[in-house]
Design a protein around this ligand. Structure first.
Ligand SMILES: Cc1ncc(COP(=O)(O)O)c(C=O)c1O
Length: 458
């Protein structure tokens, strides 16, 4: 870190509190200040170049220097820099994007609703679901089920859906009426000898038991990511989504697919729902919708959700919910151009073919003594590191080995992210096979450096 008193690093420590950061450690270690980006690379203040193996926060599909998105923003900024959708106002970028999203949806959807972040979109989904239950004369139907290790954001309701301890501890969360069911992680959670299908059936039984224990008439919706992202890139086993959906339809529970990471090509299909045969009532999307060049998120809702809400808004006089920045014209124009680029350049196909290469390369490391599991689909993967392979237990404390390898990755010119001991790979969708090789080579070198250190510490 540059310790000069007026350096950007020192000013960051003085004036900025970070998200997802140990605030005390940060005062010692300081920030990594990223100055510019180009394709799959970013560069820090000292001129060091890194492969951005997380596409920022799972989001920069088209890479860090896409001129067409810049031009789209400038064009819209010059024409109409701001407008909103309250009180029946509208504007072309929002209409174009809504139409495109509804037409892209893998199952019939009725309307798009715009928000500014994944968390806001999930909070909005919960409010819509509660409003709908009241509209249908089912005021008891308010409970929401999500999953342990699921990630749905950080606002009060979305953080409650999230099934990770750090999002609840000392925040007095989760709120009432949010329930968590089991994680579909076969490697970690299956019983000895349990097949994928048997494990999936057991999880569907867990869900049914929870619904019955709570009273089916009180359960409104189930939220799930097609692949869990921030929980450690958990790919559900065969049969999981089919069996879960059978339980949900039996009790008339709405299904919300949180596509914030999987959406727009990540899994090698346009949506994770297609990869796993999910038929959602609501889809939540953000991140790759605009490659995160500007903040924008959206919900797609089907007729079953929209119709009662429309009736209730008519009864009350308005749908009393909306954000000043919802469907912002500049963000919407950038998102529309970004989706055009994803289609024109067949980045979904690239996620499939180059993704297959990435998965293959990473799986060659499965026999390494510090590798517990390699998992992933398309251009999203995780390598879970262990200290003791047979017992699947961590080296020293949980997350220590993940942190160590992640540190070596940065020294080797790759920005990755360890979620505990799971090291994630989620590069921009424009990545090529040689660039994947560069990234995985750096991972191999980092793993070897960690192996030496683990060996020397015993
Ligand atoms: C699946 C999922 N849902 C919701 C969110 C929350 O999005 P945001 O950080 O934009 O609020 C995230 C963020 O990583 C996510 O991965």
């Amino acid at each position: 870190m540059d310790a000069r008193p007026n350096s950007p690093e020192a000013r960051d420590i003085s004036y900025h509190m970070h998200g997802y950061t140990n605030a005390r450690k940060h005062q010692e270690a300081g920030p990594l200040v990223i100055e510019k980006g180009d394709g799959i690379y970013v560069e820090d203040l000292a001129g060091n170049r890194y492969i951005e193996a997380m596409a920022g926060l799972w989001s920069v599909a088209v890479g860090f220097s896409e001129k067409r998105l810049v031009d789209a923003a400038v064009r819209q900024m010059s024409k109409l820099p701001y407008y909103h959708d309250f009180g029946s106002k509208s504007h072309s970028p929002l209409i174009d994007l809504a139409e495109r999203l509804v037409q892209m949806a893998p199952v019939p959807m009725s309307k798009a609703y715009f928000t500014n972040s994944g968390s806001e979109a999930n909070d909005t989904a919960i409010k819509m679901i509660w409003y709908r239950s009241n509209a249908l004369g089912q005021p008891a139907r308010k409970k929401i089920i999500s999953r342990n290790r699921g990630y749905h954001g950080v606002t009060i309701a979305a953080a409650s859906l999230t099934g990770l301890p750090n999002n609840h501890l000392s925040f007095d969360l989760p709120i009432a009426n949010v329930l968590h069911t089991s994680t579909p992680h076969h490697w970690r959670e299956a019983l000895p000898g349990e097949s994928d299908e048997q494990f999936s059936s057991r999880l569907a039984d867990d869900l049914e038991k929870l619904i019955l224990a709570e009273g089916p008439e009180t359960i409104a919706a189930f939220f799930g990511e097609p692949i869990m992202g921030a929980g450690g890139v958990i790919v559900p086993p065969a049969g999981y989504w089919e069996k879960i959906q059978a339980v949900l339809s039996k009790y008339d529970v709405l299904l919300v697919a949180d596509e914030v990471i999987c959406g727009f090509g990540r899994t090698g299909e346009m949506f994770g729902s297609q990869t796993f045969g999910i038929r959602p009532d609501i889809m939540v999307m953000s991140k790759q919708i605009s490659s995160s060049y500007l903040p924008i998120s959206a919900l797609l809702i089907n007729e079953k959700v929209f119709e009662p809400i429309a009736d209730e808004s008519n009864r009350i006089g308005t749908f009393g919910h909306g954000f000043t920045g919802g469907g912002h014209p500049v963000a919407a124009a950038v998102a529309f151009e970004n989706l055009k680029l994803i289609e024109e350049r067949d980045l979904v196909g690239n996620a499939r073919t180059v993704g297959a290469h990435m998965q293959k390369r990473l799986r060659t490391l499965a026999s390494h003594p510090l590798v517990g599991e390699v998992r992933g689909v398309g251009l999203i993967a995780a390598v879970e590191l262990v200290g003791d392979k047979a017992n699947k237990t961590p080296w020293e404390t949980a997350g220590a080995l993940g942190g160590l390898v992640n540190g070596f990755m940065q020294q080797n010119g790759v920005i990755s992210r360890n979620m505990g001991d799971a090291l994630a790979f989620c590069p921009p969708l424009i990545i090529t096979e040689p660039q994947v090789d560069q990234m995985v080579d750096a991972f191999e070198r980092s793993l070897e450096a960690a192996t030496k250190q683990v060996g020397s510490q015993g």
